[in-house]
Design a binder for this molecule. Structure first.
Ligand SMILES: O=c1ccn([C@@H]2O[C@H](COP(=O)(O)OP(=O)(O)O[C@H]3O[C@H](CO)[C@@H](O)[C@H](O)[C@H]3O)[C@@H](O)[C@H]2O)c(=O)[nH]1
Ligand SMILES: [Mn+2]
Length: 731
């Protein structure tokens, strides 16, 4: 132990077995070089297809190299909360502002949103130091009504959580766990009934599509909706629902102060671009600076409830550490999910990014900011540059509310959320979240790091947050299209890890960023590998070394090595074999559809031909879909160009394989000798057919609503068959 480390509020350890890992990495790299060498030295094969495969192999090689940088130096963090409490009394701990973002009550149900809000109100932390802000980009009176209800329910829920040390503090999630943990705490029935009644009222309003007249007329707060004309056209609506200075409405049933609770719908006008979530976050940063101005900001999406009531104390161990705390701009938690199934059909768990890659980025001092479950230092988020001499005085807080009464405070704060406020300012450029990128979070994190700040990844045993993972294939593909498109934008933005801020960001971390940034471009090599080898197999032309040639070894080593390695990595983090297979399939599907479309859209955007919006991910599903999700049956159910590509590729490979098998049977022993040169092509084609099984089922075998529509069956069969026939003519 180094001197001084004893007093540190957190500890950093290195992963075990890193040496073996590195040796393996190097051996893989050598094999990859041999593959490149094979292509360079064998010009006899058909020229163009081999050139394309070579290009693909070069690209795969680089992309593998980027992924290695995220595995080179994994680190893990541990906090010492008792040391924190020994050093700081509760009353001298800093305040925390918590931002929850929602944008559409139809696909982000208000009841889910307030569960998230309630969960973060219940941190094991002095309530008067917590302020929760809900940003509603839909300015929905139903969401507001739900929050109003939540502010009343909180008066029972918070004392209940405190008294019985309830975990998780989201009421819905807690009541769901109850059948496992007996005996029930006292008062449970009462609180549960209050919750259920509230839930019915909120869901009734949601079903009705508006808040009932009686409720509206009984509460003057709804009058702010009088001037509302549409989601995209309304004034700022800002309401402080709970505040310690409000004499009539600030305490729970036990007489203790409640956290501050604020509803904000920033102004929207059709002629002003609202910049999606980044715009909402920036309005929140400003408004909160006027109301509570905490130095630490937590940001969660509306579906990510807090699953660990200690999180605030945990992250303060980083920010308040004497030695290293002042360098840290944000502490990122992993994004975990509550609704995963056993084998994770859609690879939702994102084991590898959460359990490996972000730890690897942390090793270089810079996990990415992934938009949710992240604690920020307000100064860094607001654009302040890192300065090694700068120390925060955690105890010195300005309480705006004391200066003015709440109504005045509301009015003053409203002005900060106006559309025109940001005109001619650095907001969205150098202050707050950066605009113009579909992954506003990642580019913001990168820009913060390029100002000299570090970040920390904290992934404790008890998960900090749990959210709702998408449950249909289309949702995931669309989500990943947005992500990969955004990442691609970063590569060519002012903050590109290729060239921006030399000297500030380490090479390893740059490569790590490039691993994510280059998702969209990986679509091209994946497509090459899914089409060319099978196409030439169909025509009996070999593109890879013979099985008896020495050149076969590097191919075999890379394929087997990478498969076994990724399987072991997956199993170590609690996945199943089936789950690994599913994850591999999703990599392929994302690669050939989401990433491809993201790539194409980026090119269109470059020529000014299109501009992709932020498509919000649905957080609800109907009964039918939900049942199939539970059974891990792939959900198609819609017609989408993304599916057309997937189905066409699947069928195309099936036709190629069938035709080859037929030839093998007809030719007998001679045939086997011919095909000896094509073992890799047959294996690759066979692998593609095997992994595409859910698509064949969706096309031909299933009868339920989640199957692929018949129009798509016709379209993709025609396309795949034509590709086979045309190739027979031209090759
Ligand atoms: O105009 C908008 C659009 C979205 N949101 C909110 O942003 C959050 C994330 O949206 P979601 O549709 O759930 O996207 P995901 O793909 O799940 O989001 C991940 O990726 C995004 C970047 O693409 C990040 O912003 C998110 O924090 C991160 O969880 C949600 O709470 C939305 O309500 C807004 O507030 N305003
Ligand atoms: Mn989400």
């Amino acid at each position: 132990m180094k001197s001084g480390e004893h007093f540190s509020l957190f500890e950093t350890t290195r992963v075990r077995g890193w040496f073996i890992r590195r040796v393996f990495s190097i051996s893989m790299f050598v094999a990859i070089c041999f593959i490149w060498l094979f292509r360079l030295s064998h010009k006899g094969h058909p020229y163009w297809p081999c050139l394309a495969l070579f290009a693909a192999e070069i690209w795969f090689g680089f992309s593998w190299l980027f992924s290695q940088s995220l595995r080179w130096n994994l680190i893990f963090r541990k906090t010492f909360k008792t040391r924190l409490s020994q050093r700081y009394e509760d009353k001298s701990l800093p305040s925390v502002d918590i931002f929850v973002c929602t944008a559409d009550p139809d696909i982000e149900p208000p009841i889910m949103v307030i569960n998230t809000v309630l969960s973060v109100m219940c941190y094991d932390y002095p309530a008067e130091k917590i302020s929760v802000y809900l940003s509603d980009d839909a300015a929905s009176d139903i969401t507001f009504y739900a929050l109003l209800e939540a502010s009343t329910f909180a008066k029972h829920w918070l004392p209940f959580c405190k008294r019985f040390n309830v975990q998780p503090t989201s009421p819905a999630a807690y009541f769901n766990t109850l059948h496992h943990s007996k005996p029930y705490p006292q008062n449970l029935e009462l609180v549960k009934k209050l919750y259920e009644d509230m839930k019915i009222r909120i869901e009734d309003a949601a079903k009705l599509g508006r808040v009932a007249k009686e409720i509206r007329s009984n509460n003057h707060r709804f009058s702010q909706w009088d001037s509302y004309s549409s989601r995209r056209d309304h004034d700022t609506i800002l309401q402080i629902l709970l505040h310690k200075n409000d004499k009539h409405n600030s305490k729970d049933v036990d007489g203790f102060i409640l956290p501050t609770l604020v509803y904000l719908a920033r102004e929207k006008r059709p002629q002003y671009h609202h910049n999606f979530k980044a715009g909402a976050m920036n309005a929140l940063i400003r408004v909160s600076s006027n109301i509570s101005n905490a130095k630490v900001i937590l940001n969660v999406d509306c579906d990510m409830y807090s699953n660990n009531s200690q999180s605030v104390r945990d992250i303060l161990c980083f920010f308040m550490d004497d030695e290293k705390g002042h360098e840290i701009a944000y502490v990122q938690y992993p994004q975990n999910f509550q609704n995963l199934t056993k084998n994770d059909l859609y690879g939702n768990a994102m084991f590898i990014p959460s359990e490996v890659e972000l730890h690897g980025a942390d090793g270089y001092g810079g996990p990415l900011y992934i938009g949710t479950c992240c604690f920020h230092r307000r100064d860094a988020l607001s654009g302040k540059k890192y300065d090694s001499g700068y120390r925060i005085d955690w105890k010195n807080e300005i309480d705006h509310a004391i200066e003015s009464n709440l109504q005045e405070l509301e009015e003053k704060s409203k002005a900060l959320a106006r559309c025109t406020y940001e005109e001619n300012t650095l907001w969205g450029k150098k202050m707050g979240l950066r605009y113009g990128c579909l992954v506003e979070d990642v580019i913001t994190g990168l820009s913060i790091q390029s100002q000299g700040w570090k970040s920390v990844y904290y992934n404790p045993m008890r998960k900090g947050f749990l959210g709702v993972a998408p449950t249909t294939l289309l949702q995931i593909l669309v989500q990943h299209k947005r992500w990969s498109e955004g990442h691609f934008q970063i590569m060519f933005s002012n903050y590109s890890p290729l060239w921006h801020a030399p000297g500030t960001i380490k090479l390893g971390l740059r490569m790590g960023y490039l691993h994510f940034n280059s998702w969209a471009t990986t679509s091209l090599p994946i497509l090459c590998y899914s089409i060319i080898p099978s196409l030439y197999l169909l025509n009996g032309i070999p593109l890879f070394p013979k099985i008896c040639s020495l050149w076969f070894i590097p191919f075999a080593y890379v394929i087997l090595g990478e498969s076994i390695y990724s399987l072991v990595e997956f199993l170590i983090f609690g996945g199943t074999i089936q789950g690994w297979w599913n994850d591999l399939r999703m990599w392929l599907y994302k690669g050939t559809s989401s990433y491809l479309f993201a790539f194409i859209d980026n090119i269109f955007k470059f020529f000014g031909l299109s501009d992709s919006p932020f498509t919000i991910t649905t957080k609800i599903m109907d009964e039918d879909v939900s049942q199939r999700y539970e059974k891990e049956v792939m959900e198609f159910g819609a017609s989408s160009p993304l599916f057309t590509i997937l189905a066409t590729l699947a069928l195309f490979n099936l036709f190629c394989l069938l035709s080859t098998l037929k030839d093998l049977l007809v030719l007998g022993e001679n045939g086997f000798r011919d095909y000896e040169e094509m073992v890799l092509q047959i294996l690759l084609c066979g692998f593609l057919v095997l992994i595409n099984f859910p698509i064949y089922q969706g096309l031909f075998l299933r009868k339920d609503k989640g199957r692929l529509p018949s129009s798509l069956v016709i379209k993709s069969t025609t396309l795949a068959l034509s590709a086979c026939i045309i190739s027979k003519i031209f090759i």
